[in-house]
Design a protein around this ligand. Sequence first.
Ligand code: SF4
Length: 455
Amino acid sequence: MRVRYRAQHPWWGRGIHLVRMLPEAQILDQGSNWDLDIEVKEDRQAVTITTTGKDIYDQTSVSAERMAFLHALFNMLSKIKGEPLSPWGVSTGIRPGKLAAELMVNDREEAVTELCHRWLMTPAKAQLLTATVANGYPLLQNKGLSIYISVPFCPSRCHYCSFASLPLAIWQRHLPRYVGQVARELAELLQSCQQLGYAVNSIYVGGGTPTALPPDLLAEMLAPAAHPGCEFTVEAGRPDTLTWDHISALEDVGVTRVSVNAQYPVAETLAAIGRQHSVQEFYTALDWALNSKIDIVNSDLIIGLPGETVQGFTGVLNTLAQAGVQNITLHALALKRGAKIHSHYLDPALAQEIAQAAYVWLDKEGYLPYYLYRQKNIASNLENVGFALPDSFCYYNIASIAEAEPVLGVGAGAVSKLVNGDGVELLNNPRDPNQYLQRRSSLVLRKLDWLSSNS
Ligand code: SF4
C-alpha cells in the first residue's frame, strides 16, 4: 500500500511510526500516486486527521496533545486495517523497556494498566514487557561502563542480513593489520578506564562473526581484555566458522559467554536464507561450546523464516534446552534496507502463533524473559526477547538496550553510546575497515577525552 503522509507541523510527523504498521506500507511524502492519503493539520487548539483513499474517507479532530493525536490516528488506521494496528499500541518508535521502567517505579501492575490504557498495548505485551524489566533491570550497575568490539567479517552473507558484514575472503590479507589496530584501541581504552577508575561491567564481541577470524588472530585481538573479571561474551553466530581451536582460544582469554546461533536448524530453511552450513555443523559447534570451560551458551532463533511451524519451533527449543543451552534469544525477522530480500517470509498470524507458543514453552521450562527490544521493519509486529535460566542473564544485553551506562565501541562499524544522565551521544567508528584504520587514532582520542571529562 502506498501511503502519502503529510503533517503540517513536524511534531505531528511522529505519527509516521504508526503508519508504517499498515501492511506493506510504502511511505510517500509527496506525489499523487498513492492508495491512502493521510493529512494532519493543526488549527488553534485542535489537530485534524483526514484519511482519504478508494472507498475511504474519514476525519477526526482531537485536542492538540500528543497522546490524543496518537490514539486518534491509531484508531483510524486500525479501522482501515480491519483489526488493531499493533499489539504494541502507540509505543512504536520509543524504547519499550525504558518506558516500562519509568512506569514501574511504584508498582508493576499499575504500570501494566498504564501501558494498556495510555499506550494501548495488549495485556499480553504489557505483561511480557514488565516481566523483562522486573527480571533484568535489578542487575544494572550504578557506575562503570561496557565495551563492544566489532568484527565486521563473515564467510558469506546471509540473505536477510543487514548488519555490518563484509566478505572475509576480500579482507583476508588485511586482517593482521586490522586486528593489531583493534587490539591497540582496546588496550588504550582499557588502560584509560583503569586510570580513571571506571569499572568495566561487561565486554561483548559481536559483528559480523568474530569467529570468522582465525583462532590466532582472535586471540591476539582479545589479548588486552584477557580475564577481565567481568562478563565476557563472544558471538560465534555462524557455526561453520567455529573450530575447537577457536574454543581453546576463547577459553584461554577467559570468555564467559558464547553465542552459537541456530536461527532455525532445518536444512531447507538454512538453504532458503543463505546460511551456508548444515544442521549437523550447528549441533557440532553447539556441542563444543557446551563442553568447553565457557560458562554460558546462548543460541539465537529467528521467528519468521520459511518452513517454520509451531510444533517444529517448540521441538527446536526442546532440543536446545535438553542440550543444556542456558540462554535462548528469540528474534523476529526484521528486513532492513541492506537485506537481499524484501518481503516477509512467513504469514504474520503464524509467526505470532509461533512466538506465543515459544513464550509459553520457555516459561514452563523455567527460562525468564530479561531484555526486549523492537526494531523498525520487524515482521508481524513482534519483538526480540532474550530468555535465560536464572543467574545466566547477559548483562551487556540488559545494559545496552536500557542505555543505562556508556558503551565504548571498538573496531570498524562499532557505535559508542556515551551515556551521561539521560543524554546519549553516539560516536560511530566508520564501517569501512580502511577508513577505520585511517581515523582510528582520532576516534580513540575523542573517547579518551570523553572518559576523562566525565570521570
Ligand atoms: S552471520 Fe550474521 S552478520 Fe554474518 S552475514 Fe549472516 S546474518 Fe549477517
